[in-house]
Write a protein that binds this ligand. Structure first.
Ligand code: ATP
Ligand code: MG
Length: 424
């Protein structure tokens, strides 16, 4: 099958360099093809970010042919060819894989001479299409047709492919969710039969796929597949999906822009009934960075403290003070993230009011005061101690709510009064 010889989804400079690499390999007598994601994405009219190459050349032969080569994964037959110092092309020797002893990686790979054999080891039909330098496709499993009908199908028997490498089950969910593909019955049946083997997969790799679902264009579809299949039970750090589920929160996921990661995670976990501290624990065990785990759990904490306690039974001024205190406790970044979330969710119906209070806050932390601890000790002639930190924190709050202005004389005066009042 031939498609139009020009790529429409590839940066023309990258295409030119990729074709140079491919031609050089072919001219040296090694059949070579573009493969995998780039061929798939071009057929789907989605932007192509990198172009992978499969070749009959062995890594040593590739290394001998090009000036700038990085030996990325020699044992798997992969080297990276660097062109013009900016374009990277992974060139992988045609190979088959065998004896997946641990449900996650082949214990050995064998180099082969035929592209079709190489395509056979790939996971889904849409990922098992090769394209030569003239645009001719090698598509032994009907990947192009499946792409057209938005069908997700394993190459070969689904249960065998999932047994070999259990991560493929989560890749299936991710591809279905991100591309809006429908898994064929046999894939789904294979997944249900093999799902428990997901427990062999490192949590980092599970997180990476889950992240692409949650931050993708249709998170609810991917999450529905994860729920329906029960895959979440078999994450190395399992996710709980029982008890009270807040569907309203989960249903908000798609309206949150895809670059607001923490907001999406907070909706998912809160929707599933996770408290802020439970979310922190789960995200840490999923190997998220501290910044991501803490940022997400603080968004949930905002809700726990504001909605459930502070916003109730107080007059407006007391609420304003509570709000500002909360912002100081949780920090400016989290406050702004929460306000962004609130603007989208409108869960309080008071977004404008909260934003106005937020914008009035002049400082968030003692280091923004125009006095230092040293100034305080000098003016009061006292010894340092825990009182000093407490005092600076209190003054920060008073400046933030507008009771004091951030002027040196006024704050030193406050320091002297504090010492007298509290007998320090
Ligand atoms: P994207 O980069 O958008 O996630 P991709 O298809 O390029 O999509 P990669 O993980 O970069 O995905 O893998 C490149 C190719 O390698 C895939 O298209 C597929 O052919 C093959 N592949 C990747 N992971 C597996 C796997 N676990 N089992 C079988 N084949 C795989
Ligand atoms: Mg890729």
């Amino acid at each position: 099958m031939t498609i139009n010889n020009s790529w429409t989804q590839v940066d023309p400079l990258m295409q030119a360099q990729g074709e140079l690499v491919l031609r050089k390999l072919v001219d040296a007598g090694y059949p070579s093809y573009f493969v995998g994601g780039c061929v798939r994405d071009e057929l789907m009219s989605r932007p192509v970010h990198d172009m992978d190459i499969a070749s009959s050349a062995t890594p040593e032969q590739v290394i001998a042919l090009f000036d700038h080569v990085i030996p990325t994964g020699l044992q798997h037959g992969t080297v990276t060819v660097l062109m013009e110092n900016i374009f990277h092309f992974e060139v992988t020797t045609f190979r088959t894989e065998s004896t997946y002893g641990d449900h996650r990686r082949p214990s050995s790979v064998q180099f082969v001479s035929d592209i079709t054999e190489d395509l056979q080891r790939r996971d889904f039909t849409m990922n098992a299409i090769a394209r030569d330098v003239n645009g001719e496709l090698t598509d032994p499993f009907g990947g192009a047709k499946d792409i057209e009908s938005k069908t997700l199908r394993c190459v070969g028997l689904a249960s065998e492919r999932f047994d070999e490498d259990a991560l493929r089950m989560l890749r299936a969910v991710r591809f279905a969710s991100v591309f809006s593909f429908r898994p064929v019955k046999s894939l789904w049946a294979g997944l249900l039969a093999e799902k428990a083997k997901l427990k062999y997969i490192a949590i980092e790799r599970v997180r990476a796929e889950l992240t692409r679902v949650v931050l993708g264009p249709d998170p609810l579809y991917g999450l529905a597949l994860i729920k329906r299949s029960g895959l979440y039970h078999y994450f190395k750090a399992p996710m709980s999906w029982s008890g009270y589920i807040n569907e309203d929160l989960l249903n908000m996921l798609p309206i949150v822009p895809t670059d607001c990661a923490l907001i999406r995670w907070s909706l998912l976990l809160q929707g599933l009934g996770y408290s802020s501290s439970q979310s922190l624990d789960l995200m840490k065990s999923w190997t998220f960075s501290n910044e991501e785990a803490e940022g997400t759990s603080k968004l949930i904490l905002f809700d726990e403290l504001w909605h459930e306690k502070l916003a109730k039974n107080q007059d407006l001024e007391a609420q304003r003070r509570s709000w500002i205190k909360l912002e100081l406790e949780l920090g400016k970044q989290s406050s702004e993230d929460w306000l962004k979330r609130e603007k989208l969710l409108q869960s309080t119906g008071r977004y404008e009011q909260l934003l106005a209070w937020h914008e009035e806050i002049k400082i968030y932390a003692p280091h923004e005061l125009c006095i230092t601890g040293k100034d305080v000790l000098e003016t009061t002639q006292k010894q340092g101690g825990p009182w000093l930190g407490q005092f600076l924190k209190k003054v920060t709050y008073l400046v933030a709510v507008g009771d004091l202005s951030n002027e040196k004389e006024m704050l030193l005066d406050a320091a002297n009064k504090e010492v007298i009042q509290n007998g320090i």
